[in-house]
Design a protein around this ligand. Structure first.
Ligand SMILES: Cc1cc2nc3c(=O)[nH]c(=O)nc-3n(C[C@H](O)[C@H](O)[C@H](O)COP(=O)(O)O)c2cc1C
Length: 262
């Protein structure tokens, strides 16, 4: 499948088959994909803990929760707790030296000296501030996105879930204070159809993207849109006509109570 088609088909899968276990190798593949994602200064602050619902100690499974659509975590064979290790920033100078050594950074004679005398002092000054939420989160997001694409490629469904219980989860999982929980990603084989009701709504393109200054909408060429539609990056918008019936079916099949929001 072409990358464009993949982007069009991949969407959050909330309804997972609770009975079909996920192979640990597939979770490893997700982690492998996230590990090679880009990160500023090659700091690599993204970390993950995979919690296998049927194998982890009950107190570990019970500690991974979110009050928003928490049924998704209860159903998921695996939940990945993605987090950012702020202490990774402390290795920043070494990461830059490594980059220089392997030919990814700097050129010409004396590049090592330039790294030490020019680049590292700049980074040293901003070291503590780069541990605050910001660029690191963006880079972790890239890693999580790569893991998500890998999961899709392996036939898995995933859904990212925020949680206000992050501090509690951090303590329950025995993570050091330097760790900042980002989100929980449920992983499993989809119980719903791959379309999952169709392409979810998005804000208008022109509202989001600008050209040569704020407030000048980036011109959206219909030709490009048509091309991407032919490439199947754009799929039929939600809701597909049979979605409500599918939701009703899923609710019964998975024995879900309530309205699926909490
Ligand atoms: C970082 C992140 C956090 C999210 N947190 C939640 C959440 O707490 N609860 C929830 O039901 N969905 C959550 N979602 C899923 C979004 O609601 C979903 O991406 C959105 O509805 C669009 O659907 P799509 O991903 O299929 O395009 C989250 C998604 C992301 C990327």
């Amino acid at each position: 499948m072409e990358l464009r088609e993949v982007m069009g088909r991949r969407r959050s899968i909330r309804f997972l088959n609770p009975n079909k276990p996920v192979e640990p190798e597939k979770i490893q593949m997700m982690f492998e994909a996230s590990r090679i994602a880009s990160h500023w200064g090659n700091v690599q602050s993204l970390r993950g803990i995979a919690v296998f619902r049927d194998a982890a100690p009950k107190e570990v499974v019970d500690s991974v929760t979110s009050p928003i659509a928490g049924y998704q975590i209860r159903l998921a064979p695996v939940s990945i707790v993605w987090f950012l290790e702020t202490a990774a920033v402390d290795g920043q100078a070494d990461r830059l030296r490594e980059l220089c050594k392997v030919g990814a950074l700097g050129y010409g004679e004396g590049k090592e000296k330039a790294i030490e005398e020019q680049l590292l002092p700049i980074f040293k000054n901003i070291l503590e501030s780069t541990k605050a939420p910001g660029l690191g989160e963006v880079d972790c997001g890239q890693g999580i996105a790569q893991a998500t694409l890998m999961a899709f490629d392996l036939g898995l469904g995933t859904c990212c879930l925020g949680t206000p219980h992050a501090e509690q989860i951090r303590q329950n999982l025995g993570m050091p204070e330097s760790c900042r929980i980002l989100l929980i990603q449920t992983v499993g084989y989809p119980a719903e159809s791959p379309e999952a009701g169709g392409q979810r709504p998005r804000l208008p393109f022109e509202e989001l993207f600008h050209i040569n200054g704020y407030g000048h909408a980036f011109p959206r060429s219909q030709e490009v849109v048509d091309q991407l539609t032919r490439d199947e990056m754009f799929q039929a918008p939600a809701p597909l006509p049979w979605r409500e019936a599918e939701l009703e079916y899923l609710q019964k099949a998975l024995d879900l109570k309530g309205n699926g929001l909490l």
